[in-house]
Design a binder for this molecule. Structure first.
Ligand code: ARG
Ligand code: ZN
Length: 481
């Protein structure tokens, strides 16, 4: 057993560079936590040795300078005897760092923030890392385009997947370590600041106003969003869920269809689609079980640099381009709300399982289009299946697409086709039972493709390895079932 009393108060400077597991053990001080949580696609995302329980972010953003400043208090439980551990943090300048209130040694190594507490942490012990920091967060430019922390004309917009959190707060940045969040955002009075969960209060103190948001239900780090700027915030309750919708008023001066300047505005289309959220949630609950969270709503900014929507838990963020017409607007809301079950409540155990998010949300879109009389699922499936076998579309296996194809067509469309192939094989009754059981049996948990296959076999009583092998893991066009 490790005994904290035997640890000599080594100066941090002396302890930090050793990092040697053997030495740390010899000192009875545990060993370093891993620099990554074990993701095959993003080996340095997340970290080992602890579980975060809560992030308490107390941030200030000044659009005049683009500077984000403040403090993050990360409360975690050690899962091993820890001599040191990493957090993920990209850029930004640290002013001070403490562990349980005592200054701790730290160094930066790329996106790893390596923290060496004064004394080692005992397995099972809860500790709080407090980081005071400031800087202008950098927007991410990766294979999927621009994402992360955007500096907009009147504020900021934070939306990204799989990486975004570490660009604006120190995090154990992987869906395997979800936590609750308390987010306090101070902005110039006159601007709004919106994040996830519930708005506890907003307090004006002179030139600045502080907005306090709380997301109690455990959430993956990338699902924390933030929008700062001019927003019209509307809140209402429906079906036991409190909605907060935030729309940039500029959207009511933008024509939804650029070819039709006298047609409806983006604001009008977005308002109409967001108004259908309670109905969409009710319909999804019929498919997947009760809505997993207490809050909901959407955020739409007029920022043209955002080109995708994201399923931020309880509060997806949509680009203005999502609302070019009512059918598309409704559909993207259906997609992001489907993710509240498939992606947010059920979290990926590793990014290779991404089709469990995107294939499911896409299949739910197909079901919605059939319900709305737009197109049957069968027609949609057939139109994708008509893609010639030599097309590059079939060369990506959605069950293990690789990091560059994480959000590729195969993940979304062949992922959805996989569900339809399953439905054809097991019949409607078993298929919809599988969907519902999948959402409920692993609610609040992390998930893998293997678990979905096993559940499908259990519920249908069929041996389905060949089907999933063909649809998910073979980089060529599957023969028709
Ligand atoms: N999960 C998002 C969706 O609902 C896509 C995120 C794309 N990520 C990015 N960095 N472009 O489809
Ligand atoms: Zn999606």
């Amino acid at each position: 057993m490790w005994r904290s009393v035997t640890v000599v108060a080594v100066t941090a400077g002396l302890l930090a560079p050793t990092g040697g597991t053997a030495l740390a053990r010899a000192q009875g001080g545990g060993s370093p936590g891993a620099a990554g949580i074990g993701d095959p696609y993003y080996p340095l995302d997340g970290n080992g040795g602890y579980d975060v329980q809560n992030y308490d972010l107390d941030l200030r953003y000044d659009p005049a300078t683009d500077v984000l400043s403040g403090q993050a208090a990360v409360r975690a439980r050690a899962t091993q005897d820890l001599s040191r551990f990493d957090l993920d943090l990209q850029g930004l300048k640290i002013a001070s760092l403490t562990v349980d209130g005592r200054p701790a040694a730290y160094r930066r190594d790329g996106g790893e923030l390596v923290v060496t507490p004064r004394a080692s942490l005992h397995e099972g012990a809860t500790f709080v890392v407090t980081v005071a920091y400031a800087g202008s967060p950098r927007t991410i430019h990766d294979v999927f385009g621009a994402s992360g922390f955007f500096h907009t004309d009147d504020g900021a917009l934070v939306v990204g997947e799989p990486d975004v959190a570490a660009t604006w707060f120190p995090a154990n940045d992987h869906p395997l370590d979800p936590a609750s969040f308390d987010v306090s955002i101070t902005v110039p009075s006159g601007l709004e600041a919106i994040s996830n969960g519930v708005l506890l209060d907003q307090r004006r103190h002179g030139d600045w106003t502080t907005w306090n948001w709380q997301a109690r239900e455990p959430m993956a780090t990338y699902l924390l969003g933030m929008a700062i700027g001019q927003f019209d915030i509307r809140s209402h309750s429906a079906g036991g869920i409190r909605f907060w919708n935030a729309l940039d008023p500029d959207l009511f001066r933008m024509s939804a269809d650029p070819g039709d300047p006298y047609g409806p505005t983006v604001g009008a289309v977005a308002t109409g689609s967001l108004a259908r959220q309670p109905e969409i949630v009710r319909w999804l609950a019929g498919l997947a079980g009760p809505y997993p969270f207490s809050a909901a709503g959407g955020i739409v900014d007029d920022f043209a640099g955002l080109e995708f929507a994201l399923e931020n838990q309880t509060r997806p963020i949509y680009p203005s381009s999502s609302f070019s017409d009512p059918l598309d607007g409704d559909l993207v809301i259906v997609h992001e709300l489907a993710h509240q079950w498939f992606g947010d409540d059920l979290r990926l155990a590793g990014w290779q399982h991404i089709w469990l998010n995107e294939g499911f949300a896409t299949y739910v879109e197909w079901l919605w289009q059939e319900r709305e009389g737009v197109r049957t699922v069968r027609e949609t499936f057939d139109s994708f299946y008509a893609t010639p076998a030599r097309d590059a579309f079939w060369t990506v296996a959605p069950g293990d697409p690789g990091p560059d194809e994480l959000f590729g067509d195969a993940v979304y469309y062949r992922g959805a086709m996989t569900l339809h192939a399953l439905r054809q094989a097991v019949g409607d009754r078993a298929f919809f039972a599988i969907l519902r059981r999948w959402a409920s049996s692993q609610a609040g948990d992390s998930v893998t493709s293997a678990e979905f296959i096993a559940l499908s076999e259990r519920i249908s009583g069929r041996q389905l390895d060949a089907l999933f092998q063909r649809w998910l893991f073979t980089p060529s066009k599957p023969a028709r079932a």
